[in-house]
Write a protein that binds this ligand. Structure first.
Ligand code: ADP
Length: 472
């Protein structure tokens, strides 16, 4: 079975969050089960692309309105454990960042157009086209309703919702940039008088999946597309993400200061914490709570300044916090102010730093995730793999993977309301728990043993593929 994953991100080529992690890992595990999985993504001016060799396997042209763009498909076979294809389009897909450009819609329309043209011209017929998030959401529609791609019609399309908040909305005049489609089908692109690639994907794909079962339930009541997710419920599957335990492995992680195993975790975490605290001027003898992620409403990042201030006040300074992330300028400002006032207790790094994230997972006692929306959440899984205890809001994938310590064999601390008060209460329960070292060390170890490998989840994807192929 030949599967093409289509995505804007793939670790370690380009990653801004969980999408990159999943697309960088799932194909590797699928290959182990005999699926010939490959990834197709845009070309970015990134270190990985500059440092690895690629072969040009195809070139062609696409038109966008009055403009013609030339494109090239570059292939790398040996670096990632699966074949990687990059779509390069001078002037559109030749930039340093993954997102954030004014002409983002034009970029992703061209990406999808060019890769389908390549498949048609090179007569490539995968068994499944697996699209990820709205950046590849137009593909199921294009395959069904563009004459240009008629030879691909009938190939089953799977669409995975990694984050349903971002939908790729664009005004209707952007339709002029798309490959010519059957105009009777225009309604499939539309949601509230805009082109909505996520909605189009849900309407047109053969099956859609979400990155946890809990998140699938939440999508049914999502204010914007809830009715659509519900109407297409019969083709929906919730499959929780796995983690790449080769990349996230405290025994061999090259980014952390001291490697450790299940047996040496207590000492190993202490040594990592000592080194990190020394570097960031924190007291190594205090419990360390960390947040890593985007400063966005979804992540509850706006609660952080209030939560941090209150935790430090209530604990009378007997706690340290570390925040790594960037995003909402108001949150950045609030945290920077707090950082100036509380330098001994609070370390802040604004930005994206993969290696530092690994060091924090290895050093922290607790990872804090006050998310309002969390489709799966990978931070809590990485944290547990590193023996770090999660304190999370009970939502989406967090609810599916973390159960409260009070529930018998719980693995972390849960709170229900996305409020400063509830979050602080959960942190205080965790800080009390921290005082009981034997119990805390036992939990670190049992969390490290939990199985969040891709094995089970990739089997579930295989079942979805089989189901669709059986329909042919
Ligand atoms: P998202 O909604 O952002 O995709 P996930 O929990 O699914 O959230 O995935 C987050 C991934 O991004 C994790 O691998 C996490 O370690 C990483 N990450 C997030 N922010 C940063 C940052 N500022 N620096 C380094 N890694 C980060």
């Amino acid at each position: 079975m030949k599967v093409f994953h289509i995505s804007a991100e793939c670790y370690p080529v380009a990653k801004t969050g969980g999408l990159g992690d999943v697309v960088g890992a799932l194909p590797k595990f699928q290959r182990e089960t005999g699926i010939e999985a490959s990834v197709v993504m845009p070309w970015y001016d990134k270190p990985f692309v500059r440092d690895h060799s690629f072969t040009s396997v195809h070139s062609g042209n696409i038109s966008q309105g009055m403009q013609t763009h030339s494109f090239e498909i570059l292939k790398n076979v040996n670096s990632l454990g699966f074949d990687l294809y990059l779509v390069q389009i001078p002037g559109l897909l030749d930039r340093a960042e993954v997102y954030g450009y004014k002409d983002e819609s034009d970029q992703f329309i061209a990406f999808q157009h060019a890769l389908l043209r390549w498949m048609v011209e090179a007569e490539i017929k995968p068994s499944i086209i697996h699209c990820h998030d709205h950046h590849s959401g137009l593909i199921p529609f294009f395959v069904d309703y563009c004459k240009e791609f008629s030879t691909l019609k009938g190939i089953p399309t799977v669409f995975t919702v990694h984050n349903g908040e971002y939908q790729g909305w664009m005004p209707w005049h952007k339709a002029l940039l798309m490959p010519e489609f059957n105009s009777d089908a225009w309604g499939l692109l539309d949601w509230n008088n805009m082109i909505n690639p996520l909605a189009a994907a849900i309407k047109c794909c053969w099956a859609y999946t979400t990155v946890s079962e809990g998140y699938l339930e939440e999508l049914y009541t999502q204010p914007q597309l809830g009715p659509l997710f519900l109407a297409e419920k019969d083709k929906a599957f919730g499959i929780v993400n796995g983690i790449d335990s080769a990349v996230w492995n405290p025994e061999q992680d090259p980014s952390i200061d001291f490697n450790y195993s299940l047996i040496t975790v207590t000492r190993g975490k202490k040594e990592n914490k000592d080194a990190l605290c020394k570097e960031y001027n924190l007291d190594k003898n205090l419990p360390l709570i960390a947040f890593i992620g985007r400063f966005a409403g979804e992540k509850g990042a706006d609660l952080l300044p209030g939560v941090i201030q209150q935790i430090i006040e209530n604990a009378k300074g007997k706690v340290s916090l570390f925040v790594l992330g960037s995003g909402d300028p108001l949150v950045e400002e609030g945290l920077e102010k707090l950082n100036r006032d509380l330098q001994q207790q609070f370390a802040l790094v604004i930005g994206y730093n993969e290696a530092l994230a690994h060091r924090i997972y290895a050093s922290a006692d607790f990872i804090l995730m006050p998310s309002r929306v969390e489709p799966c959440g990978l931070n809590q899984l990485y944290a547990m793999r590193f023996g770090t205890i999660p304190i999370v809001r009970a939502t989406g994938g967090l609810k599916d993977t973390v159960s409260d310590i009070t529930s018998g064999n719980g693995n972390g601390f849960l709170f229900v309301n996305p409020s400063i008060e509830d979050c602080v209460k959960a942190v205080e329960r965790a800080l009390d728990f921290y005082q009981n070292s034997p119990l805390k060390n036992k939990l670190c170890k049992s969390n490290m043993k939990l199985d969040y490998s891709w094995k089970k989840s990739s089997q579930k994807y295989s079942k979805v593929y089989d189901l669709l192929i059986d329909k042919l």
